[in-house]
Design a protein around this ligand. Sequence first.
Ligand SMILES: C[S@@+](CC[C@H](N)C(=O)[O-])C[C@H]1O[C@@H](n2cnc3c(N)ncnc32)[C@H](O)[C@@H]1O
Length: 106
Amino acid sequence: MINEISKLKINDLNLKEWKEYQDILTDSLWLIGERDKSGAHNNAYHGNFIPQIPNQMMRRFTKKGDVVLDAFLGNGTTLIESKRLGRHGIGIELIPEVARSAVQNI
Ligand SMILES: C[S@@+](CC[C@H](N)C(=O)[O-])C[C@H]1O[C@@H](n2cnc3c(N)ncnc32)[C@H](O)[C@@H]1O
């Protein structure tokens, strides 16, 4: 069973060369530099993610073309990153004005 799981292709990374990826954090402690404020990441919403966190997670656990569901969309950080990475994003947000803001950002 473990061998079967290890053969599943869950991302676009070459796991035989994982140490070569300079921009994939492989330690258990992630040291992330300055918050990514590029593009649509306007950091206008309280409690939003540092974009590098969902970026790392999606690159590890999804492939291009996969669907990413964010059930707590907020300002859309995860779906901005999913779009950048070529994933399809679906977001759910409780507060309509926050959802509209996320749509603008995405
Ligand atoms: C911490 S914020 C998420 C921030 C987001 N990760 C970002 O970077 O912009 C959590 C969001 O979940 C929303 N929320 C809370 N309960 C919810 C629910 N039951 N269904 C959908 N959205 C919900 C809140 O309105 C809030 O905008």
